[in-house]
Write a protein that binds this ligand. Structure first.
Ligand SMILES: Cc1cc2nc3c(=O)[nH]c(=O)nc-3n(C[C@H](O)[C@H](O)[C@H](O)COP(=O)(O)O)c2cc1C
Length: 159
């Protein structure tokens, strides 16, 4: 069986902390999805209709560039992908990430943090960015505090 990768995007560190714990508990490699142009505080202001994040999330074809690539993605069968929920779905940089590789035959497990929103249509909105034989599993929203045992049980339950 191939290895597992935990790839995540985190604008303010919340998802990063979760990703690092998932990687630790599952003994996986970890990769941070970084925007070529880092997000500033002003970029993240969702109250401002003209902010960068508002612009990107209103334009489903926006694909913020990523700084670098995962080393030898082929070695991974299972990829956890984590992100903050933005406007009820995944930030469009996650589409950039998915469209940067061939994930045919692989399983992608989503996890997210949010201010309270659930996954909603998040998984559905990502399917166009992968091939038809890529399996996307909705996974888990990490908003409360979870023990490593809880995380381990969740990972084991995915199989
Ligand atoms: C542009 C933007 C849009 C957001 N939209 C939502 C949302 O629709 N629902 C929600 O519950 N939280 C929303 N949030 C809050 C984030 O999902 C939450 O703070 C998350 O834990 C941040 O993770 P991070 O530190 O890894 O970036 C939004 C945050 C930003 C910056």
């Amino acid at each position: 069986m191939g290895k597992t990768l935990v790839a995540y995007f985190s604008a303010s560190g919340v998802t990063k902390a979760v990703a690092e714990r998932i990687a630790e508990v599952s003994n996986s490699d970890v990769y941070e999805i970084k925007s070529e142009i880092p997000y500033t505080q002003a970029d993240l202001d969702w109250r401002d209709k003209t902010s960068r994040s508002s612009f990107e999330m209103q334009n489903p074809s926006s694909r913020p560039a990523i700084t670098d690539k995962v080393n030898n993605i082929k070695q991974y069968d299972r990829i956890f992908i984590g992100f903050p929920i933005w406007w009820y779905v995944a930030p469009t940089i996650i589409n950039t990430f998915l469209e940067s590789y061939d994930f045919s035959g692989k399983t992608i497990i989503l996890f997210a943090t949010s201010g309270g929103s659930g996954f909603g249509k998040t998984a559905e909105k990502l399917t166009d960015s992968v091939s038809t034989d890529t399996k996307i599993i909705e996974g888990k929203l990490f908003n409360g505090s979870l023990s490593n045992q809880d995380i381990k049980e969740w990972i084991d339950s995915i199989g």
